[in-house]
Design a protein. Structure first.
Length: 360
């Protein structure tokens, strides 16, 4: 019977579907039809789905249970944003009404991830078995932060104190996600939380690393300027500098080099920032790094006898006419203009662990 009902809906036979929904299913069929109805929001008008759900729940015999399958219908409706169905499920007869906290608050996580603020509020305000903002170790906050849903993030942080989401839950994972995807307002919200604020230096400075990698300059500055537990520009042995240089984010590189406390060093990780900037053809960045205070004596060694460039004692290039793929001639020209070297060619098979290293 569940198949017949769903097929009728997919064929746009809405009146037939409503009549079928009110027919006396056996209990197992009624529950299956009920859950499957919530999956059809992409195919059928929400109003029609709501009528069918109401009919299945209100059938005179073998009415579906709103809490069947551990509240799966509620989770799916929260994901798709069907607020009328969410309301129907929560307001069903008390014995089998959906619980807002079923599946350890998964409906709240889905609503938060997809930006359904009104549904998130409804789940948190349920009079019985309300969803907890801190359920699943604050996963709803992490998902909202990743997707930039500021209103939901604030809602979760401002929930009743006993079960409010913590900005520093999962060792600041929400901050990492917000920084990586450039959601400046959420980064500020997490750092300024009055209770259990996120630490800018959590996870070995991973938020800074991700923001530098993706070029979100304002967030990098915010993390470096945090009044307490500020991120260190040289954390993970300067990996943020390496990744910013690799991606050509000049402003971020300058910011990391100029940090007033614990500035990144151009010679960290055996000078990998210069190597990656050169490999990617970022001439201006190579010049900037060559001019940094920790570069001239510590990184580049021009050995005229061997005609090679050494980085931290490791030979990474040798002069000659051949340039492997990926080496931009503009870089060679830029270095030549600096009178540091006359040519640049990188040694093949360079240890990729330098690039991929650090805490992810």
């Amino acid at each position: 019977m569940a198949d017949v009902l769903c097929n009728a809906l997919k064929q746009d036979k809405s009146e037939l579907a409503v009549k079928l929904a009110a027919m006396p299913f056996n209990q197992e069929d009624a529950n299956e039809a009920f859950v499957r109805l919530t999956c059809l929001s992409n195919y059928v008008a929400p109003a029609t789905i709501s009528r069918c759900v109401q009919a299945v729940l209100g059938a005179t015999e073998h009415a579906a249970w709103a809490d069947s399958n551990d509240g799966e219908a509620l989770v799916r409706s929260a994901r798709s944003g069907d607020i009328d169905i969410v309301r129907l499920l929560l307001d069903a007869p008390p014995l089998h009404a959906a619980r807002a906290d079923s599946q350890d608050g998964m409906a709240l996580v889905e609503a938060a991830e997809n930006g359904h603020t009104a549904i998130a509020q409804m789940l948190l305000d349920a009079p019985q078995h309300a969803a907890r903002a801190d359920s699943r170790h604050g996963l709803a906050l992490v998902r909202a932060a990743r997707n930039g849903h500021v209103a939901i993030a604030r809602l979760l942080l401002d929930a009743p104190t006993l079960h409010a989401a913590r900005a520093d839950s999962q060792d600041g994972l929400a901050l990492v996600r917000a920084a990586e995807y450039g959601h400046t307002a959420i980064v500020r919200l997490l750092l300024d939380a009055p209770q259990h604020a996120a630490r800018a230096d959590s996870r070995h400075g991973l938020a800074l690393l991700r923001a530098a990698w993706t070029g979100h300059t304002a967030i990098v500055q915010m993390l470096l300027d945090a009044p307490q537990h500020a991120a260190r520009a040289d954390s993970q042995d300067g990996l943020a500098l390496v990744r910013a240089a690799m991606k050509g984010h000049t402003a971020v590189v300058q910011m990391l080099l100029d940090a007033p406390q614990h500035a990144a060093r151009a010679d960290s990780r055996h000078g990998l920032a210069i190597v990656e900037a050169a490999r990617s053809g970022h001439t201006a960045l190579v010049q900037m790094l060559l001019g940094a205070s920790h570069t001239a004596n510590d990184i580049l060694k021009w050995d005229r006898k061997d005609a090679a460039i050494y980085v931290g004692g490791i030979q990474v290039s040798t002069t000659g006419h051949h340039k492997p793929p990926g080496i931009n001639s503009a870089v060679a020209l830029g270095l030549e203009q600096l009178d540091e070297v006359r040519d640049i060619t990188f040694k093949s098979g360079m240890d990729e662990s330098f690039i991929q290293g650090g805490h992810a």
